[in-house]
Unconditional design. Structure first.
Length: 400
């Protein structure tokens, strides 16, 4: 009996001993994939980007700039990303959409106007290289370049989530509903705030602000969870469910390898470095155990990107700064993808597993149990770069 084809015009009931259907298929486009392809600009897929500044750009008719979509492995359907160039002394088209959007200014200076239908006046705020700001969901906005040279912005969105769910672009881009709980006409709505408070679930440093003027150099509170001297803060912007954080490793130091589900992308916003990532089933010492060929490395400079847990997720990954300045990373997870947002039974206990060592029930590999290759290579690279290692030998002493 011939194997049924997906193109068979009529359904055939399986004979005795057979299964219905064809059992394997090529994954079709999602509605968001179709949307990206219809926009007529490039789509970059991979584990990372060395520098977003080097990605090819093509004219983007719908928004008036030039751009390319970025869909890193492990983020498919979980959140979206693109880079857009704003013409010199020009502006992007005004638009509003039923999804969240966060902008990081890679290069340039300008202003953004934000308003909703029925507004008495428009909010207008200035941005520069290093600014991070959020557009309230479904608010009108217009990005304006103040210089004669092009500006480059990197955007993170929840467009895949909404487009794949609703499957109606007219609703996404032409819905008139105003989300009053996400937008306010208050004078200070886009006034930067430096106030720090504990996030409600884990007690980590958080700031409620809709714009950070210079995320490349802003002050960060001490955290210490990823590496000695590690600093970190979570910006909560425009009541988004899109999760993000800013973290910084001191120069000459690197993070413990740790594991979690897919979705996390790190954007290098200061310094340079590289990331190693590998499936957890390879164990905590993949080089020593003969699996080096299955470990993936992504190098990046200022503003490069890496998907920390690509493919099927739950991959170990560690981040290494190799410059004379600290390595600062902007972490983008999208909506409801971070462990602090994972659904479950109300009241059940959840743990910050990525900050807890494997011997204590978490997923972080302590320095004294990591693969010896990691330390040896890192110290060799620092020597080539003229950077002194600040990893104390005591970190590698076996703990009992």
């Amino acid at each position: 009996m011939p194997t049924p084809s997906i193109h068979t015009p009529e359904w055939r009931e399986p004979q005795r001993g057979e299964n219905a259907g064809i059992g394997a298929w090529n994954r079709p486009n999602s509605p968001y994939d179709n949307f990206m392809e219809s926009e007529g600009i490039p789509i970059h897929r991979g584990i990372g980007v060395h520098r977003v500044q080097d990605l090819p750009l093509k004219p983007w008719k719908r928004n008036g700039g030039s751009g390319t979509f970025i869909q890193l492995y492990g983020t498919e359907g979980l959140w979206g990303c693109y880079v857009v160039e704003v013409p010199g002394a020009g502006a992007l088209h005004p638009e509003h959409h039923m999804y969240e959007e966060i902008y990081l200014v890679v290069e340039g200076r300008g202003t953004t106007e934000v308003w909703v239908d029925g507004s008495r006046k428009k909010h207008q705020f200035e941005w520069q290289t290093g600014s991070l700001f959020s557009i309230p969901m479904n608010a009108w906005h217009r990005v304006i370049n103040a210089r004669s040279t092009p500006a480059l912005l990197l955007a993170a969105t929840t467009a895949p989530n909404m487009i794949n769910l609703v499957r109606n672009l007219d609703f996404i881009f032409n819905c008139s509903y105003v989300l009053r709980d996400r937008y306010s006409e208050a004078e200070d709505f886009f006034k930067p705030s430096l106030d720090i408070e504990p996030d409600p679930l884990r007690g980590l440093a958080m700031s409620r602000t809709n714009i950070i003027p210079d995320v490349f150099n802003s002050e960060l509170p001490m955290d210490n969870r990823r590496s000695p001297g590690y600093r970190r803060m979570e910006p909560r912007m425009t009541e988004n469910v899109f999760y993000q954080f800013i973290g910084q490793h001191e120069n000459g130091r690197y993070s413990k390898a740790h594991a979690h589900a897919s979705a996390a992308v790190l954007v290098c916003i200061k310094g340079k470095g590289y990331t190693y990532t590998w499936p957890t089933q390879l164990g905590i010492t993949p080089w020593r155990d003969g699996h080096a060929d299955q470990v993936i490395r992504q190098d990046y400079e200022h503003v490069g990107m890496v998907s920390a847990a690509p493919m099927s997720g739950d991959w170990f990954h560690a981040h290494f700064g190799v410059s004379k300045e600290p390595m600062r990373l902007l972490g983008w997870y999208g909506p409801n993808n971070h462990r602090a947002q994972q659904p479950g039974r109300p009241g059940e206990k959840a743990i910050d597993e990525g900050a807890i060592d494997v011997r204590d029930g978490g997923t972080a590999i302590p320095y004294d149990e990591e693969d010896p290759f990691i330390r040896a290579e890192y110290e060799a690279i620092l020597k080539q770069e003229g950077v002194t290692s600040r990893m104390s030998p005591s970190l590698y002493e076996k703990k009992t």
